[in-house]
Design a protein around this ligand. Sequence first.
Ligand code: NDP
Ligand code: MG
Length: 329
Amino acid sequence: MKVYYENETSLDSLKNKKIAILGYGSQGHAHALNLKESGMDVIIAEVKGSDAWNKASEAGFEVLEAADAVKAATVIMILLPDQLQKKVYDDAIAPNLKEGDTLVFAHGFNIHYKQIIPPENVNVMMIAPKGPGHLVRRTFSEGSGVPCLIAIYQNPAGNTKDMALAWAKGIGGTKAGVIETTFKDETETDLFGEQAVLCGGSAELIKAGFDTLVEGGYAPELAYFECMHELKLIVDLYYEGGLSRMNYSVSDTAEYGGMSRGSKVITEETRKIMRDILKDVQDGSFAQEWIAEHAAGQPNMNKLRDDNKNHAIEKVGAKLREMMSWVKK
Ligand code: NDP
Ligand code: MG
C-alpha cells in the first residue's frame, strides 16, 4: 500500500484558497492552527458567544457564524460533532455552497451513512488524523505529526486528491505517513476500532481488572496503578516497537504469564462478539441507533457517562493524579 510522505507532497493546491473550519473543538483548533502556521488562509465558524468562539478569536482567527463562513470560503471543513453535522449542513452549509467548492470531513460517518448528500458539482474529501485533536496540535508544534487517512468521494475539479494531500501535509500528517482509503473503509474501521478495542474494549478491560483486584481485597490505589496507570507505559512500547518490543521489555515472567493467560480473557466468544459489532457497523444498525439516540436527547449516553464518572477507578485515579505534576490536566 502506498504511503505518502513530506517530500512527494505539496501545499500548492490549497494555497490562495480561503479555508473555513466549522467547529473549533478537539480537531478544529488543531487543523486551524497547524494550517495557519503552514501558510494557509483560515477562518473559523463557531456558535456566537461560545467559549470556543472566544478562543478562536484570541488565537487571531476571523470567526463567523457557519452560514457566513461557508459564503466566504471555497474549502469548507466540517469539524463539528458527527451527530450535529446533518443539521448544520441542512441549515447553514447546503444553502450557501457554490459550484466548485470543496467539502472536507475528518470522519466518514455522515457521508457513508447518507446523512449528508452533497451536490455533484462539489468536491468531497476526507483527511482523518489517526489520533485525538490535541495530539494533532502537540505533535505539529514539536515538529512531528499524526498519521492520516485521506479519501476522495467526489472529484469534479479533478485535483481533489492533491488538495487532500496538501491538507494532510499542512497539519503535519505527511511527517508520519498518509494513506489513501475510502469513506466506507475509514468509517467502518474507525467505528469498529473505537468500539471493540480503543474506547470500548480497553475501558472495560481496565475496569474489569480493577474491580477484580478490589473485590480480591487489594487497595484501590494499588489496583489503579496496576490496571490503568501502567497501561500507558505498555502501550508506549507497542507504539514504538509492536508486540515484540513490549515482550522484550517486560520480565520473562510477565511475558509468559501474559501470553499464556491473555487468550483466557479475550476468548473465542469475545471474538464472536467483535464480529457482531463489526456487522452492526457494516449494515448501518449502529449508525441508526446513534442517530435515534441523539434525536431522543441522548438518554442512554447520559446514563453511561454517569456510570463511568461514578466508577471507583475514577475517584481513586483523580486523587492519585493530583500528585503527578507532569500529568497534564
Ligand atoms: P468537538 O466536539 O471537540 O468540537 C466540535 C466544535 O464544534 C465545538 O467547539 C462546538 O462548540 C462546535 N459547534 C457546535 N455546533 C456548532 C455550530 N452550529 N456552528 C459552529 N460550531 C459549532 O468535535 P471533534 O473535534 O471531536 O470532532 C469533529 C470531527 O472530527 C468529527 O467528525 C469527528 O468524528 C472527527 N474526528 C475526531 C477525532 C477526535 O480525536 N476528537 C479524531 C478523528 C476524527 P461547543 O463546544 O460550544 O458546543
Ligand atoms: Mg478514530
